[in-house]
Structures are given as structure tokens and as C-alpha cells.
Design a binder for this molecule. Structure first.
Ligand SMILES: NC(=O)c1ccc[n+]([C@@H]2O[C@H](COP(=O)([O-])OP(=O)(O)OC[C@H]3O[C@@H](n4cnc5c(N)ncnc54)[C@H](O)[C@@H]3O)[C@@H](O)[C@H]2O)c1
Length: 361
């Protein structure tokens, strides 16, 4: 991809850039929602970046804007992580210090109707990537896991620490847990693997510039993009599932964290990798749970618009409350979420207003 002038980015990135001159990170799924925001932060911190993405759920325009925001270019390989030849091209020029593995299918509902598709992409895709990493002697990995590995933790269980029981309630969550376990087995079987699995709670928001953000294909499954699309008039209404939960206002509680905080979590994880012994898991969350209605109020504050909401019954499999104890990441990775719900909504609204049809606008 073409990018901004290298001289300008060197000046902007300062000493970090010089310290990391030769270090390249391979980002699978880097054109996606979290991947694109992470690429901006990686480039700004001085990492060289190669992205492999099959664009099955993203647009090349996201990568163009990543380069524009960072003022630097990245290397892009269009391809599937299941395709050995594409992975060879991605690792091709050598010098890769680590991999961040975002590429996956992520829709809970779809995973229930197409479990094999989910196991194929998420589990077999990871095996394919790990084999390529071994061929190229790259054994440092940050893996995108998810709070869905905890399933429905039940009353009184939150905040959830990493030691909480793991019992995913859908095929998507099973694939994430399956990969976590595979990574542990791999690290135990061979020396030199250094792996961190990051269990994200509910990433949301957009880059503060409004240039990149979440652009779901079809009907959004997540609350924030659905609320934003309803606010901007792209969706006629927002469906709220369940108003009779035993919570302060009857709606379900989740832990929404800003996507830029998720991105910086990956930079901290990369910095931590050299000291990791084998494989560990960390929660990325804010430690605060908010209800659906509280999110809708925040969207209203950010957008100045009413959100046309339709109240419906509970959606099968949705837990009452899921929120994190992020203290382990605070202690070991020196990471805490710095942005709150109003930042999330203000930034998501800036993105939505400027790009009502996403990257297709
Ligand atoms: N967004 C969330 O709410 C959330 C929460 C927890 C965990 N995660 C995990 O974080 C990761 C990134 O999520 P996201 O929200 O950015 O999703 P996304 O769909 O926006 O990004 C995933 C990217 O991977 C690409 N991709 C998919 N299959 C591929 C394949 N076989 N080969 C190459 N590229 C492929 C897609 O085109 C897309 O660009 C995923 O692993 C997801 O499971 C996301």
C-alpha cells in the first residue's frame, strides 16, 4: 500500500521508531475493526507492519486510511490464513518478530448455524498459522480471545477474573477456548513459544479521528453499531433483547471498552512477550458493567438524536451480566482502559456520521 512520507513518520514516532527499526509484526485480520485500530497504533509506535487479510469481513479502504492516519505505509497480503502459499508470502521477506492473530469469524448467531465454518476458520486457520510460524521460526504470538469463553457466569460471579470457570455457550466461544487450549499445549510441548491470549470483553467505539471504525456487514449483532446505525437513520429501529433481567434497569450488563484501548493492549502485550514463559491469558475490560439502557442514553448524549428502540424478549443464550476484573493485565501488562463510555459513543458517532454507510460511503 502506499503511505505518507517516511521522513514525517520518523519524526512523529521519535525514539521508539528508531529503537524498533528492524522489527516487523505480522497482523492477521488487520483490515478488520480491531485490527485496523491496532495497526495505526503499531505504526505510530515504530513497528513495521505486514497485514494478511482475505477481506471476507473488511475493506481495503480501512488499510488505506490506517496508512493515512499513521503517515506510514504497511505491507498488505490479500489472502486466507488457511492458504499456505498466502502465509508464505506474508512471512516472505523475513524479519518478523511476532504475530498478532485477529483473523476469525466472530458472529455468535452465525456460529450456531455454521459451526463447521467457525471451527474451520478459527481453529484450523490458527493451526495453519502456527505451522507457518514454526516454518519461519517465529514463536511469539498475541491471540484474540474473547470473554465468550466464560459463557454465562451466573449471578454474583462478576467481576470475572481469568480463573473464572470456562464454559462457552455457543460454537464461536468454543472455538476461542479450543484455540486457547491448543496454544497452551503447544507452549508446553516445545520450548521458546511465548504466547498471550487476550480475552476482550466488548470492544466498541472508533478512532477519535472518525476515519476508521466498525463497519459490520449486514445487520449488526452488537449493541453499539446497531444503536449508531439507528441514530443515523440507516436502521429503522434498534431491537433491545430482554428488559426483565435482574439488573438495575432490567437490561443486560456488559463491559464496553474503547477499541483504541484494545489496540494499546496489544502493544503492551507485544512489549511483554519476551518475558512470557509459555502461554498466559489476560482479560481486557474496563472493570465496569453498564446496562443496555445506559448505553442508549450515552448514544443519545453523543449524537443528540433519539434512538428508536423496540423492546423484545430475551435472546437465547444471552447472559444477565458479564464484566471483567482487568487487574491482572494492569499488573503484568501495565495496561488499563483509559477511555469511558462517553468517549466510546462520541468517537463511534463521529465515525458513523461521517461514514453512514461505513467504508462504502
Ligand atoms: N469485536 C468484538 O466484539 C470481539 C470481541 C472479542 C473477541 N473478538 C475477536 O477479535 C478478533 C477481531 O475481531 P474484529 O471485531 O476486528 O472482527 P472483524 O471481522 O472486523 O475482523 C476480522 C478480520 O479477519 C479477516 N478474516 C476473517 N477470516 C479470515 C481468514 N480465514 N483469513 C484471513 N483473514 C480473515 C476479516 O476479513 C476481517 O478483516 C476476532 O478474532 C474476534 O473473534 C472480537
Amino acid at each position: 500500500m502506499t503511505g505518507g512520507p517516511e521522513a514525517a513518520s520518523l519524526a512523529a514516532a521519535g525514539p521508539n521508531r528508531l529503537a524498533r527499526m528492524a522489527e516487523r509484526v505480522l497482523v492477521t485480520g488487520g483490515a478488520g475493526f480491531i485490527g485496523s485500530h491496532t495497526c495505526v497504533e503499531l505504526l505510530a509506535a515504530g513497528w513495521d507492519v505486514t497485514v494478511i487479510d482475505d477481506l471476507s469481513n473488511s475493506s481495503p479502504e480501512a488499510l488505506r486510511r490506517v496508512e493515512e492516519l499513521a503517515g506510514r505505509s504497511l505491507r498488505f497480503v490479500e489472502g486466507d490464513v488457511l492458504d499456505e502459499a498466502a502465509l508464505e508470502r506474508a512471512f516472505g521477506d523475513g524479519g518478523c518478530a511476532a504475530v498478532i492473530h485477529f483473523a476469525a469469524k466472530k458472529a455468535v448467531g452465525e456460529s450456531c448455524v455454521d459451526p463447521l465454518g467457525y471451527y474451520r476458520t478459527n481453529v484450523a486457520g490458527t493451526i495453519s498459522l502456527l505451522r507457518a510460524m514454526r516454518r519461519h521460526d517465529v514463536r511469539r504470538l498475541v491471540f484474540s480471545s474473547s470473554a465468550t469463553v466464560y459463557g454465562d457466569p451466573g449471578p454474583g460471579a462478576c467481576p470475572l477474573a481469568e480463573s473464572a470457570p470456562l464454559r462457552p455457550s455457543n460454537p464461536y466461544g468454543q472455538t476461542k477456548l479450543c484455540v486457547e487450549r491448543m496454544l497452551r499445549d503447544l507452549a508446553a510441548s516445545e520450548e521458546d513459544w511465548r504466547i498471550l491470549s487476550l480475552r476482550y470483553f466488548n470492544p466498541a467505539g472508533a478512532h477519535p479521528s472518525g476515519r476508521i471504525g466498525e463497519d459490520p456487514r449486514g445487520l449488526p449483532e452488537n449493541l453499539l453499531p446497531g444503536a449508531m446505525q439507528a441514530a443515523v437513520g440507516r436502521l429503522p429501529e434498534l431491537r433491545v433483547f430482554g428488559t426483565d433481567y435482574p439488573t438495575r434497569d432490567g437490561t443486560a450488563i456488559r463491559d464496553y471498552l474503547h477499541v483504541v484501548d484494545v489496540a494499546t493492549g496489544h502493544l503492551r502485550a507485544l512489549d511483554r512477550l519476551p518475558a512470557v514463559n509459555g502461554c498466559s491469558e489476560y482479560n481486557l475490560g474496563t472493570g465496569r458493567g453498564v446496562t443496555v439502557f445506559e448505553v442508549l442514553e450515552a448514544v443519545k448524549r453523543a449524537s443528540g438524536r433519539e434512538i428508536p428502540a423496540v423492546l423484545e424478549g430475551r435472546r437465547q443464550g444471552d447472559a444477565t451480566e458479564v464484566w471483567a476484573d482487568p487487574s491482572l493485565a494492569g499488573r503484568d501488562l501495565d495496561w488499563t482502559a483509559e477511555r469511558g463510555l462517553d468517549d466510546i459513543c462520541a468517537d463511534a458517532w463521529r465515525w458513523q456520521k461521517a461514514n453512514p454507510e461505513g467504508y462504502g460511503s
